[in-house]
Design a protein around this ligand. Structure first.
Ligand code: KIV
Ligand code: ZN
Length: 384
């Protein structure tokens, strides 16, 4: 597969790794609805499911393949013939199909999950890629638990699967174990020591067990990964996957740091798609979640509100419009200053002179100490 080395490929796995979360299951029409939004959002690849896992998941991959035209549709498999045959069948209507196959790469997986040896695992990995290549040109290989794998063995595995035809090599930190510098160093090592590495894209797939999924994915990109696997709102197994919104916005805000890598993501869709996925999957978004949490653009302390009202750049590195929100919120609490109160009163049509404002402000503080926040009805009552 020809790939653009100056592009960061966004691989969305909301409908696969995200949908594995208990309570997040979607029907096929719901998945199609989200997939169409992901396509409009500008993701490059949609991981549609794990076809062998259930008849419902198989059917979803079939229907998504028919419904989505402009992005790669990917299906997950384990490294065995039957999984791959079933995935290929599910992908038969996809305009741009990808099979994502793989196997454990850490000794703990090799020993306890597979009761096997490194040599045997390597053979199975290569055989799986060759089998998948019989169906599709675009084959991604995942080295599960690469975060804890022996580096030399990982490099050997990566070299072997690329020689077998893998177009993308996914280096998952399956258990969210690595520190950013460790994960970045792994990618760098593969870049420098795998002789055929330039024939494939390196992909970062990070879990958030230590809250480092985004930092690790970014470290990977800095060290040569050109695909990031992520989900809307960072949903996924246990503590979740890398959040798509975070990666895309980091790339936008710090574009020069990444050598002006391109991305097709329309960040203005973030609020819309985050709310939609949260509602459909029944997974609330934490209020302080970066970019899409309820408080992500809400200023509540007096010092911040005063600075913000003087010049928004004092406390705003991203415009709310850039995530599809109309405006930032100035929340009235007992920590708010006169400036914030005046701003809200003017918004409601009240022009008070200095003395009147001081008097309303005193009453406001008493009310704000008693209530969690002060709303428009409260302000009308205070002025009256
Ligand atoms: O976390 C992981 O290792 C995965 C693989 C199946 C890609 O989700
Ligand atoms: Zn995963």
């Amino acid at each position: 597969m020809l790939h653009d080395p100056n592009h960061l490929y966004i691989f969305d796995t909301t409908l696969r790794d995200g949908e594995q979360v208990p309570g997040c299951q979607l029907t096929t029409p719901e998945k199609i609805d989200i997939a169409k939004d992901l396509e409009r959002l500008g993701v490059d690849i949609i991981e549609a499911g794990f076809p062998v896992s259930s008849p419902g998941d198989f059917q979803s991959v079939v229907e998504l393949s028919k419904a989505v035209n402009n992005v790669i549709i990917c299906a997950l498999t384990r490294a065995n013939k039957n999984d791959i045959d079933v995935a290929a069948e599910a992908l038969k209507y996809a305009k741009r199909p990808r099979i994502h196959t793989g196997i454990g790469s850490s000794d703990v997986h090799i020993q306890y999950k597979f009761n096997s040896t490194r040599e045997e695992i390597l053979e199975r990995a290569v055989a799986a890629v060759k089998h998948a290549k019989g169906y599709v040109e675009d084959v991604e290989f995942y080295a599960e638990d690469a975060g804890r794998a022996d580096l030399e063995f990982l490099a050997k595995m990566v070299e072997g699967v690329i020689a077998a035809g893998a177009t993308v090599v996914n280096i998952p930190d399956t258990n969210g174990y690595c520190l950013p510098e460790q994960y970045g160093a792994k990618i760098k090592y593969l870049k420098e020591n795998v002789k055929n590495i330039d024939q494939a894209i390196i992909s970062a797939h990070c879990h958030n067990d230590l809250g480092l999924a985004t930092a690790n994915s970014i470290a990977a990109v800095k060290n040569g990964a050109r695909q990031v696997e992520c989900t809307i709102n960072g949903i996924g197994e246990r503590a979740g996957n890398t959040s798509l919104e975070e990666v895309a916005m980091i790339l936008k805000v710090h574009n020069k740091e990444f050598g002006n890598l391109t991305s097709n993501i329309d960040t203005k869709m973030f609020t819309y798609i985050s709310r939609k996925v949260s509602e459909m999957m029944n997974m609330p978004v934490q209020p302080n979640k970066a970019l899409v949490g309820r408080n992500a653009f809400a200023h509540s302390s007096g010092i911040h509100q005063d600075g913000f009202l003087k010049h928004r750049e004092t406390y705003e590195i991203i415009r709310p419009e850039d995530v599809g929100l109309e405006e930032a919120d100035i929340i009235l609490t007992a920590r708010s200053g006169r400036h914030a109160l005046k701003h809200h009163l003017e918004r409601l049509g009240y022009q008070l002179d200095k003395e009147a404002l001081a008097s309303v402000y005193e009453k406001f503080l008493v009310m704000a100490d008693a209530k969690k926040d002060v709303n428009d009805d409260d302000l009308h009552a205070l002025v009256k």
